[in-house]
Design a protein around this ligand. Structure first.
Ligand code: RTP
Ligand code: MG
Length: 140
């Protein structure tokens, strides 16, 4: 299997509880390498653009409010089969359904405040990485 990239966000519920290091450790222990990272406060425009696929969902407004409510850490992760590896360690969207040992089972507060985002395909990973990073900010 090839080394690929995925895009991760440590969400405001996790940065608020000072869990950036703890979440990153779980990503690293899962075989992922952080090859770019920055802490930002997402603007409303960025959050609406990033989650544009969810525009028609009932939770869209709340999700944008949440994602702009505090700092986030956006990261590019590299590893063998990175998208799947990351989704596996993240766990299910709703922490009530997430498996033991996953980030969301360990840390998430709710289906919305679920500590992490991870790209769901190689194609979306590239789009999401390009949304937040220039290629020269990524050091593999
Ligand atoms: P993500 O995109 O953040 O990695 O999470 P996901 O694929 O597991 O979940 P997705 O369905 O793409 O939803 C994106 C984010 O929206 C929030 N959400 N809220 N209130 C709700 O019912 C609800 N459902 C989803 C979560 O923050 C979810 O991660
Ligand atoms: Mg998703």
């Amino acid at each position: 299997m090839a080394v690929t990239r995925t895009f991760s966000i440590i969400k405001p519920d996790a940065t608020r509880r000072n869990l950036t290091g703890a979440v990153t450790k779980m990503l690293e222990d899962a075989g992922l390498r952080v090859v770019a990272s920055k802490r930002i406060r997402m603007t409303r425009e960025q959050a609406e653009g990033f989650y544009a696929v969810h525009k028609e969902r009932p939770f869209f407004g709340e999700l944008v409010e949440f994602m702009t409510s505090g700092p986030v850490v956006v990261q590019v992760l590299e590893g063998v089969d990175a998208v799947k590896r990351n989704r596996d360690v993240m766990g299910a969207t709703n922490p009530a359904d997430a498996a033991e040992g996953t980030i969301r089972k360990t840390f998430a507060e709710s289906i919305e405040a679920n500590s992490v985002h991870g790209s769901d395909s190689d194609e979306n990973a590239k789009i999401e990485i390009d949304f937040f990073f220039d290629e020269d900010e990524i050091v593999g």
